[in-house]
Design a protein around this ligand. Structure first.
Ligand SMILES: Nc1nc2c(ncn2[C@@H]2O[C@H](COP(=O)(O)OP(=O)(O)OP(=O)(O)O)[C@@H](O)[C@H]2O)c(=O)[nH]1
Ligand SMILES: [Mg+2]
Length: 299
């Protein structure tokens, strides 16, 4: 029998902070990946599925931003990117149209071109630039050998040209039968999603090294009050005692803020009352320790 549906693993790549996670959430139509105004937010491969009945199933893979690794965690993140490039049928390279094209962008573009897989270059954040600036970028990319039919200009934040991008992706995707049930949007466990939501709030509320030195581990998810309340106990790992004091804050005020924001989002997600019990622990140089990384699921 002839198959007339399209099926593709679609990898999303780019420098830190270009909007990869914002884009996967837009395309899937739900929050599957955390986002932040600070770079290096995503650390793992995040899967999000969009099923268009009788037409296409696109399995998007969000990846960490491409940057020079400074520790084992960074090396892990880079491996995630490389593995995902191999696993994808279609590659999307995201660029921030409000920023200069840098060597990391060129490097990624080079890798992607060498793969000989269908790819698109996605110019994101067009809401931040003028039409003239955008045309300059298109010209720069042409000089780098990226023809206009491979280019899509979008705003992941505002959803501009979402359908145009989807059509282009489907056009270059291979035929295949659906792999996932059509109502499935991700393969993430509750445990992982909870830890990511907590980490997102920490990234939003803290600065400098603190967001990067933080990991979150969920110790327990339990039901209370005859199943009407979800009890969650989670540990926030940091690398130094000073970071622990920042996270706890004066009289516990920072931890309370983090907890409240995370709880509100989790209540929305579980559609139930949530009790969030947060603890902060120092684990020196955890980003350089293979056994800790393994425990945290970075492996
Ligand atoms: N103005 C504007 N901001 C955007 C757009 N897309 C994303 N952003 C913002 O850019 C910042 C980074 O977005 P993310 O989606 O977390 O970026 P990322 O590429 O996943 O970043 P890493 O996970 O660190 O690699 C956030 O503050 C987003 O709100 C856009 O189209 N326009
Ligand atoms: Mg991200």
């Amino acid at each position: 029998m002839e198959i007339n549906t399209k099926l593709a693993y679609v990898g999303i790549f780019g420098k830190p902070n270009v909007g990869k996670s914002t884009l996967i959430n837009l395309l899937v139509g739900e929050k599957v990946s955390i986002t932040a105004e600070k770079p290096q937010t995503t650390r793992q491969r995040i899967l999000g599925i969009l099923t268009l009945e009788n037409r296409a199933q696109l399995i998007f893979l969000d990846t960490p931003g491409w940057y020079e690794p400074k520790h084992l965690l960074g090396e892990y993140m880079r491996k995630v990117i490389k593995d995902t490039i191999k696993d994808s049928d279609v590659l999307l390279v995201l660029l921030d149209s409000s920023k200069e094209i840098e060597k990391e962008d060129l490097f990624l573009l080079d890798i992607v071109k060498k793969e000989e897989k269908p790819y698109l270059v996605v110019l994101n954040k067009i809401d931040l630039v003028s039409a003239g600036q955008l045309e300059e970028k298109v010209k720069d990319l042409k000089e780098l050998g990226i023809s206009e039919d491979k280019l899509v200009k979008i705003s992941a934040l505002y959803g501009t040209n979402k359908d145009k991008l989807l059509e282009k992706i489907i056009e270059i995707s291979p035929y295949g039968e659906f792999l996932y049930p059509s109502d499935m949007i991700s393969d993430q466990t509750d445990k992982f999603f909870i830890s990511e939501v907590i980490r997102e709030k920490i990234i939003h509320l803290t600065y400098q090294e603190v967001p990067h030195s933080t990991a979150v581990y969920v110790d327990e998810i339990g039901e209370r009050k005859n199943g009407n309340l979800i009890y969650i106990r989670a540990t926030i790992l940091v690398e130094k005692p000073t970071q622990k004091s920042i996270l706890i804050g004066k009289d516990g005020s920072m931890l309370k803020k983090i907890g409240t924001l995370a709880r509100m989002e989790l209540e929305d997600y579980f559609k139930k009352q949530v009790y969030l019990d947060l603890w902060v622990k120092v684990k020196e140089k955890w980003r350089k320790k293979p056994e800790v990384l393994r425990e945290l699921g970075y492996q």
